[in-house]
Design a protein. Structure first.
Length: 333
């Protein structure tokens, strides 16, 4: 039986407390633990101590560099705020320790490009947490499309309630854009229409993507429509399949799971798992990262790939229309 990988974590925020830490606690438990939770680091040491007691981390730090030096871990988890991600990951990559980081990989295209180049230069295994790629329903959707294809069309909707933060397009809608890239391939061109809200800087987005494969997709991002729901649909000739995300990505009254149709009949009707850590992709993405570390094979959800999703999300946020190769971000740093 292989020894558990010695893990340290940077960041003890609320999202991590709700999803990542319970998943890591599962992976550190049982008869065959995959990881050992050696230390947690947060600038708020009181919060870090509570976090450590709740989830079983052995030590607490307020300086991640000292933590890594003293613990000498096998893997590092970076769970800090988007504005801090690039600065932290940039210091970890030269250490050549496999790193798992939350999305987005920086808040500007320049940051994402720099991290991707540094990861390539240091030849360090890394994983970016675009959790839709590890959701069981989305994985089944991709497999179905590959088996039934060729794909003719795809559609996505990201509906939210009172999510009026100005950076929603880059920090959250990037998930839907990355998921469409995961399903359909590389984006050739984008057409963006934004509809502003009169009282603040929030906007809805209506996006059409053209992929190099020739597939076209539509995405609607509505940030304050009175309901929370996220759904992905793919269409091949005479057949269609859709996935409605569960757990915190849809309101409790929404039906979540997968459905497929052929000849005006339902041929698949599979409800989503009631386990939010499974249906939300958190168990899947952490297992995928550990599988990659153990095999030494770079996962597809890497900084090298994630930079393209951030570039696409930035183009949408800036209401760009045109070929992606011609897109120049207004904010360079």
């Amino acid at each position: 039986m292989p020894k558990p990988l010695r893990a340290v974590q940077i960041g003890a925020g609320s999202f991590c407390q709700q999803f990542h830490a319970p998943t890591l606690k599962r992976l550190a438990a049982g008869e065959a633990p995959r990881i050992a939770l050696e230390a947690i680091c947060d600038l708020d040491t009181a919060r870090a101590r509570l976090f450590a007691r709740e989830f079983g981390y052995a030590r607490v730090y307020d300086d991640f560099r000292r933590m890594i030096d003293e613990v000498a871990p096998d893997i590092v988890y970076c769970m800090v705020q988007p504005s801090a991600t690039a600065g932290v990951v940039e210091q970890i990559l030269p250490l050549r320790i496999p790193v798992f980081t939350e999305k987005p990989p920086g808040v500007t295209v320049a940051q994402a490009e720099r991290l991707a180049a540094l990861a390539e230069e240091c030849k360090v295994l890394n994983y970016v947490a675009f959790n839709r790629r590890a959701m069981p329903g989305v994985l089944r959707l991709k497999q179905w499309a590959n088996e039934k294809g060729p794909l003719r069309y795809a559609r996505a909707e990201m509906l939210r309630n009172r999510r009026l933060e100005p950076a929603f397009g880059v920090e959250t809608a990037i998930h839907a854009l990355d998921c469409l890239r995961f399903l359909c391939g590389d984006v050739l061109a984008v057409e963006t229409r934004a509809v502003p809200y009169p009282a603040n800087a929030a906007r809805d987005f209506h996006v059409r993507l053209c992929f190099e494969s020739g597939v076209r997709t539509d995405l609607s991002v509505l940030v304050d429509c009175g309901v929370t729901r996220e759904r992905y649909t793919v269409h091949v000739q005479n057949q269609m399949m859709e996935v409605s995300l569960g757990a915190s990505y849809s309101s409790a009254f929404c039906v979540s799971g997968e459905k497929a149709y052929r000849d005006n009949a339902v041929v698949l009707d599979s409800p989503a798992s009631p386990d939010p850590l499974v249906v939300g992709g958190f168990v899947g993405e952490h297992n995928s990262f550990l599988d990659a570390v153990e095999s030494g094979q770079q996962p597809n959800c890497s900084l090298q790939d994630a930079r393209h999703s951030l570039r696409l999300a930035t183009a949408v946020h800036e209401e760009y229309c045109g070929h992606m190769e011609r897109f120049v971000p207004r904010i360079s740093e």
